[in-house]
Design a protein around this ligand. Structure first.
Ligand code: FES
Length: 133
């Protein structure tokens, strides 16, 4: 469980601009390594940042299968396990485990610099809402 998301939109930290990239700091590395899963909101989009295998991984917070809150899941063996069903996602490419019909989990560029985890906000766009069937 990761509690209230860290909202980057509300913070006054400067963004690092480089070409088309817009790197923003989202949380401290020590916080991420202690918690493993940290909730953040970047440009109005809810994400989770995960600590796995010595690196930071950023992905959407809502499960692409049926929108469960992935911040309630767990990380094991380079996979993020959804708390609602038994499906899991490969943290290298977002693919869902075998036998499930779902698009891949959306991953976003993340890196570590100066003791902070940074995400490229230029790659984050709100997904269009699905109309009810
Ligand atoms: S809601 Fe996540 S696997 Fe079904």
């Amino acid at each position: 469980m990761c509690g209230r998301p860290i909202s980057v939109d509300e913070q006054s930290k400067p963004a690092a601009l480089s070409g088309q990239e817009k790197w923003v700091p989202v949380c401290g590395l020590s916080q991420l390594t202690a918690q493993t899963i940290v909730c953040v909101r970047v440009t109005g989009v809810d994400l989770v940042v995960l600590w796995n295998d010595g690196r930071a991984v950023a992905c959407e917070r809502a499960c692409p299968h049926e929108q469960a809150d992935l911040s309630q899941g767990c990380v094991s063996g380079s996979r993020l396990f959804c708390p609602r069903h038994a499906a899991s996602f490969d943290l290298r490419n977002g693919r869902i485990s075998y036998g499930w019909s779902s698009r891949p989990l959306q991953l976003f560029p993340a890196r570590i610099r100066d003791g902070q985890v940074w995400i490229d906000a230029a790659t984050i766009h709100p997904r269009p809402r699905r109309d009810p069937d």
